[in-house]
Design a protein around this ligand. Sequence first.
Ligand SMILES: Cc1ncc(COP(=O)(O)O)c(C=O)c1O
Length: 378
Amino acid sequence: MNPTSIHLERPIPALDLLAQYRSIESEIKTAIFEVLESQHFILGPNVKALEEEVSRYCERSSGVGVASGTDALILALRAAGIGPGDEVIVPSFSFIATADSVSLLGAIPVFVDIDADSFCIQPAQIEQRITKRTKAIIPVHLYGHPAEMDAILMLAREHKLLVIEDNAQAIGATYRGKRTASFGDIGCLSFFPSKNLGGFGDGGMVVTNSQEIGARLRSLRAHGATKKYYTVEQGWNSRLDEIQAAILRVKLRHLDNWSAGRRERAAQYDRLLAGVKGVVVPRVANDCQHVYHQYTVRVPKRDRVQKALADMGIASTVYYPTPIHLQPIYAALGYKAGDLPETEKAAQEVLSLPIYPELTPEQVEQVAQALVQAVREA
Ligand SMILES: Cc1ncc(COP(=O)(O)O)c(C=O)c1O
């Protein structure tokens, strides 16, 4: 096979949000139109209904809509009482928000390595990093694959630590038959447009079974007020708006179908890439259901492979090229290269291929074929 053997009629993007929009355009327009007609834009019936629908979906008793997934994490940490000097255990292989939500509050992120197969935090390494100052663990269900919650919850119980799940990438994934975000004390969601449940702007939600935490979150997202114009503690404005909520309610109705579509595309990639020398396909742990926010392979000479794919018209993405413990923001914490070997290896090797329900089987085939060629020639 030579480099000219792949002919794409049109380039394959990493994500095609326009195709998703076209498939639900009239439902979305009706939902937005209803909000416009109501002129009720902030904390109205759509936010309330979405909070009920998403919390039920996540097997929780309450949900609090907020302005972003980052705010969901910050507010969750605040509601959990995390503050200056506290230590919070986080994976280094994640989006920066998992850690900078901790440091924003004056607490210290303590970075732990990942499991090579799931890309999620390694429970065995967590225990070694627990100190008297440790207050919480934030497992991230990275790429849509659940973290090892049984072991994490056991450690948390033993050491009296809170568990805040970063479920930004995994809405709908299950671990031993239960949905992610339903395990810890608090679950955090992002509705960033590219997420599996994405809005038309920023948005997020915190879900919990604790009435106390739920009430505190409602107050914190509205300037720390417990009733109108009566503030008891420092909060700020972090509200999800009605238009976003109306859009997300439409999309939530399609989410299970879309997740099934993602799984089908993933299964097709798995078949096409099985046994290909140099390509490691994602592994799904026993008793887990992956929602493939990303379909992430490992390849040698990753940057060359990515460039070759781009030259063939195929977009791919690297989540994440620099582990958080090695980013300048945390230089003062004193981590160095080699501290978290699995994280650092993953950062060199991972490549996320296009995956979305609107991707056609032919396109999956083209991507797989192009990847095989790119790896062979890298
Ligand atoms: C793992 C993870 N945590 C947190 C966030 C933050 O979410 P947002 O972009 O909505 O603030 C994201 C998304 O970008 C994420 O992928």
